[in-house]
Design a protein around this ligand. Structure first.
Ligand SMILES: [Fe+2]
Ligand SMILES: [Fe+2]
Length: 314
């Protein structure tokens, strides 16, 4: 274990959110009437820059951004448990054929504990937003289900016995990206309880990112050529699923504002179906993970390298 990971792991008892943070994560939405500054997830609401939406009221803009945040935290609450903790428990209890140290196994349980707490406070936040907008919960969960069905398709071209490499791929990408994603989101959010939720999450994710960055070469070095192919291609697919803008929520938010389904579909197509969103921004956003893969030597594998090139990620 390198020094940076070791000290992050050693500090866990005193710095992890679950061990040290008594925050109640109450949004106080009734007390502070929500304004456009409440959510301000502008980076996630790019569609609003279209002329079609130029005349929306501040309340309407607030609603669209509020639902973007709701989609983000609802997805996150599930992802922590269903994806990250699936891998964390498999690592902790030696369910892979690869050899990892006891320190790595114990640290996987620290991550498991962190993610359980993250799931709790992000779900608590989600519930408050749902209540604030008086939105039926199934409307948001059906949108989030679409995202998880895309995740479950990763690696489906390979034999089912390699599904553990799909689990590892999505978690490697997510745990590497989340630090960059949360810090860029934090820049635009101003409502204090939401900022502190993001900050607390960030502290823990810095440790997780170090852990998975150090784990990758350990596992990669023990894999057969075929396992490397499967993991590499699954990582590429994971980047596409996690890195593209999630637009399905617009069918809920904009529909509630009175826009017809075809109008919303056309607007999404106009805004996002282009090289800028499908390649340039995706590649830019995934740069920290691409750099990690490169340093581990993943692109020395020809088939993996050519897959990334075909998708425009290299
Ligand atoms: Fe987390
Ligand atoms: Fe994490």
């Amino acid at each position: 274990m390198n020094r940076a990971l070791l000290s992050a792991s050693d500090r866990w008892d005193s710095t992890s959110s679950v061990r040290s943070n008594p925050n109640t994560y109450d949004l106080n939405l009734a007390a502070n009437s929500a304004s456009s500054k409440t959510w301000h997830l502008s980076g996630y609401s790019g569609i609003l820059s279209l002329p079609l939406f130029a005349d929306l009221s501040e309340d309407d803009i607030n609603y669209v951004m509020g639902l973007q945040l709701l989609e983000f935290v609802t997805k996150q609450a599930r992802f922590e448990i269903e994806c990250v903790n699936k891998v964390a428990q498999d690592l902790a209890f030696g369910n892979y054929t690869y050899v990892i140290s006891d320190e790595f196994k114990l640290d996987a349980l620290k991550i498991y504990t962190d993610e359980g707490y993250h799931s709790y406070f992000t779900k608590k936040l989600a519930n408050q937003i749902i209540a604030h907008f008086k939105l039926p919960e199934h409307e948001i969960s059906s949108v989030v289900n679409i995202h998880f069905s895309k995740i479950s398709q990763i690696g489906s071209q390979f034999d089912k016995k390699y599904s553990y490499l799909s689990d590892l791929a999505i978690v490697f990408v997510a745990e590497n990206q989340i630090v960059a994603d949360i810090s860029s989101e934090m820049k635009s959010v101003v409502h204090e309880p939401i900022v502190s939720m993001f900050k607390d999450h960030l502290v823990d994710e810095v440790f997780h990112a170090k852990y998975f960055a150090e784990l990758l070469p350990i596992l990669w070095g023990q894999m057969t050529d075929y396992e490397q192919t499967v993991l590499g291609i699954n990582i590429c697919e994971s980047m596409i699923v996690l890195g593209k803008p999630r637009t399905d929520i617009y069918y809920v938010s904009l529909a509630k504002l009175g826009f017809a389904e075809e109008v919303i579909r056309d607007a999404i197509d106009l805004k996002y179906n282009n090289d800028e969103w499908n390649r340039v921004r995706l590649k830019d956003r995934m740069k920290p993970t691409i750099d990690l893969l490169s340093s581990v030597g993943v692109f020395q594998h020809d088939l993996v390298k050519s897959t990334f090139q075909q998708k425009g990620l290299l």
